[in-house]
Structure formats: structure tokens, C-alpha cells
Design a protein around this ligand. Structure first.
Ligand code: ADE
Length: 419
């Protein structure tokens, strides 16, 4: 295969870990079985820019089972699991371009390598692939008949492109499916972020003050899991509605300039830039831990950390950079300010990625089936796909639910009956 990975010798270890994840991805397994029989993606070239993890490997193998040829690169320089990249290249016939810790130039070279495979369908997590394609290789866009986008940040970028009239083909916003953001963003980000912070620091959460910046679905997950471990959780927000929800959930809500003075652990989950800035860093306590769980490494001002510490930085643990300020205070940045759950942990657990990636696989099938009929722009996941993923997940979990009686159905259709 055409690959650029760290070490093909890691393939066996990668294979075992991919199998381990597969046991938790039962919805995707059902889709794979059907794809093997029906081959709905026969002859389709897919260019994917996703976190290269055991869960993504199961998605890519499902697409390949459906007949697709897949080329894969990383959607973050620090999220690649090198053993998985090796296994996909060596054993699954996938062209993989991903090396954990790759520099910026290599990151974009790898995206270009995926585009060299002339994809018909793009799969993105953060919209770097789509953005590069539109900016630097527009002559190829006519060959692409659709795409999918995994994450909140990517969907925001695509909507900005569409508003500018720049987006030239249809892309399905997988993130907006209920069976994606209500589960992956909340339970996935919640657990994997707290897990990664614990792995990186071995910190006790009980009794600590954890400041969660942003109370979207991801922020809700982080806040609830930190509280479950006994932390005192403070939420900061810019939007009155989620701020009110956080307050009524029992979290303390205050501006970051106040929270900065009392926090032990800070987690940014906003999707926006420059959330924790110099003025916040200046008043933080000695030993404060800073982690970002938003898509890009722009939420914590790393340059301000460099300037304040006048270059006194050391890697004190594998995923912890300690910045020492002139007055002796130490601020600890995890995973270089990149997505902490993938940089210092393994990302979301397979059981939740099962639902996100079932939506991905079914959305790709839909894009292929409806080829030529969708207008350029951002399209929601069709409701029947969302409902099917929920139904299959319940089945996989061995959970049955009730059905409406005919009388209840009639009642819901009627408007005459009241008090
Ligand atoms: N995004 C968050 N967690 C992930 C995982 N485990 N695999 C792929 N993408 C992810």
C-alpha cells in the first residue's frame, strides 16, 4: 500500500486493539455485515481525515467491506495511534498517511497525499481536508460528489464556507445527528477528557475546583463527570441560555476572570479561540492544570504562557509541560493544548464512537446513493438514519422499549379532546 506510518512492525499490536474496540461497536458490525453482502460503495474512492484510532479503524474497515477504496490521514497531529495506522496499512489495504507527533508541514503533506488519491467522497473531522481542497486544489472538486463532517468545529467552518458561497459540494453534518452529539459529545468527551487528565497527571479530582469553559454538549459532559468524581465544578459561558442551564444544574457560574483565581484544573471546550488568555494566566494558582478539549489548539493562549514564563518550560511528565513564572508559580499545560482526550488518552470509548461512526457509514452510503441530487451546502443526517442508529444501539445493548397502543396513537392525532 501507499503509506507513511511510523513503523509497520506495530501492526500486530494494532490489530489486537482494533479487535478489542470492535467488540464494543456492535451497530457498526451490523452495518458491516450488510455492506459485505450489498457492496453499496463499490468503486467509490473515499478520502478520510479522521483521528487514526482503533474506532476509526473499524469505520474504515466497514467502508472497505462495502467496496470503497479508502485513503486516510490524521485530523490532528497528536491523535494518531501508530499501531493502528500500521495495522490498517499492512492488513486492511488502506492507504494511511499519519504519524503521531507529525509537524505541521507533514500534517498538510499527508492531507495532500489523501487528495492525490482523487476522492469521490470526503470524510472530515474539523474540515481541514475540505478547506485545503477548496483553497489549493479546486480543479479536483468536480470529481467529488459529497462528504461528511464529524465534529462541531468542522460543521461551523462548513457553514461559514456555505454562507460565503464557497462550499461547492454537499456535506452531511454527522455531528448534528441526535445519536451523535447527544452521546459522543456529552458522554464521550465527558469521560475521555477526565480520563486523559487523570492519566496525564494522576491528580485527585475529589475536593478540587474544576473550571469548565463552555457549556455546550461537550462541556456538559466534562462538568458532570468531574462532579461525579467529587470536584467542585465552576462553569464559564458567554451565552445566557447555557449559563442559566448550568446554574440550574447546580454548577457555580462566573466570569473566567474570577474563576481563574480559584481553579485547580481548567478545561476549555468552546470551539473558539483565545479563551484562556494572559490576564487569566496571570492570576492562576500555583500548580494549576490547563487542558483543552476543543478541536483546535487555539483555546489556551500558548504564546502568553511562553511569554509569561520567559521560556522556563520543561516536560515534567509525558503529557505535561510545566511553565514556571518569575514569581515561582507553575502552570501545567497538558498535551500541548491540543485535544487532550486524544493527545493524552485514547479518545472516546468505542461504545459511543459506535453510534457516531454508524452515522458516518450510513451517511456515506446515502451520499453515494443520492449522488447528483443534493445541492452544494451542509445537509443534516436524514431522520431515518438517526432513528435506525438509536434502534440498533438499543438492540445491541439488549434493551427493549414499549410501543404506543392504538388508543394512544389516536389520542396523539386528535385535537378535540381536552380537560
Ligand atoms: N474523536 C473522539 N474520540 C475519537 C475516537 N476514539 N476515534 C476517532 N475519533 C474520535
Amino acid at each position: 500500500m501507499d503509506c507513511d506510518v511510523r513503523d509497520l512492525g506495530l501492526a500486530e499490536k494494532g490489530r489486537e486493539r482494533i479487535e478489542w474496540a470492535a467488540a464494543e461497536m456492535r451497530v457498526l458490525a451490523l452495518i458491516r455485515e450488510r455492506f459485505e453482502k450489498e457492496r453499496p460503495l463499490e468503486g467509490v474512492r473515499i478520502g478520510a481525515c479522521l483521528h487514526v484510532t482503533t474506532e476509526t479503524a473499524n469505520l474504515v474497515e466497514t467502508l472497505a467491506a462495502g467496496g470503497a477504496e479508502v485513503a486516510l490521514c490524521a485530523s490532528n497531529p497528536l491523535s494518531t495511534q501508530d499501531d493502528v495506522a500500521a495495522a490498517l496499512c499492512e492488513q486492511a489495504g488502506v492507504d494511511v498517511f499519519a504519524i503521531r507527533g507529525e509537524d505541521n508541514e507533514t500534517y498538510y503533506r499527508h492531507i495532500n497525499a489523501v487528495l492525490d488519491h482523487r476522492p469521490h467522497v470526503t470524510m472530515d473531522d474539523g474540515a481541514d481536508l475540505v478547506s485545503l481542497l477548496h483553497r489549493e486544489r479546486p480543479e479536483q472538486i468536480g470529481e467529488v460528489f459529497g462528504g461528511t463532517e464529524e465534529t462541531t468545529t468542522g460543521v461551523i467552518r462548513l457553514r461559514a464556507m456555505a454562507a460565503d458561497g464557497a462550499l461547492r459540494y454537499p456535506i452531511v453534518s454527522v455531528n448534528d445527528a441526535d445519536t451523535k452529539h447527544l452521546f459522543d459529545n456529552r458522554f464521550g468527551t465527558g469521560q475521555s477528557t477526565v480520563d486523559a487528565i487523570m492519566r496525564a497527571t494522576n491528580l485527585l479530582f475529589a475536593g478540587r475546583t474544576v473550571v469548565v469553559c463552555g457549556f455546550g454538549m461537550c462541556g456538559r459532559g466534562v462538568a458532570s463527570r468531574a462532579r461525579g468524581l467529587g470536584a467542585r465544578v465552576v462553569v464559564t459561558e458567554v451565552d445566557p441560555l447555557p449559563a442559566l442551564e448550568a446554574a440550574m444544574e447546580g454548577y457555580q457560574v462566573m466570569p473566567l476572570r474570577e474563576a481563574a483565581r480559584i481553579g485547580d484544573v481548567f478545561v476549555t471546550v468552546t470551539g473558539d479561540t483565545s479563551v484562556i488568555r494572559r490576564e487569566h494566566l496571570e492570576v492562576m494558582k500555583d500548580g494549576a492544570v490547563l487542558a483543552n478539549a476543543g478541536h483546535f489548539d487555539v483555546e489556551i493562549d500558548k504564546r502568553a504562557l511562553e511569554e509569561l514564563s520567559e521560556g522556563r518550560r520543561r516536560r515534567i511528565r509525558e503529557f505535561v509541560d510545566e511553565y514556571r513564572l518569575p514569581d515561582g508559580r507553575r502552570l501545567n499545560l497538558l498535551g500541548e493544548g491540543r485535544l487532550v482526550n486524544l493527545a493524552a488518552g485514547e479518545g472516546h470509548p468505542a461504545a459511543v464512537m459506535d453510534m457516531s461512526f454508524a452515522n458516518q457509514a450510513l451517511s456515506v452510503e446515502w451520499v453515494v446513493r443520492t449522488r447528483g441530487t443534493l445541492t452544494p451546502g451542509v445537509h443534516p443526517v436524514p431522520d431515518d438514519i438517526d432513528a435506525e442508529v438509536a434502534r440498533l444501539k438499543l438492540r445491541a445493548m439488549g434493551i427493549e422499549i414499549d410501543a404506543l397502543t392504538p388508543e394512544q396513537e389516536d389520542y396523539l392525532r386528535s385535537w378535540e379532546q381536552g380537560t
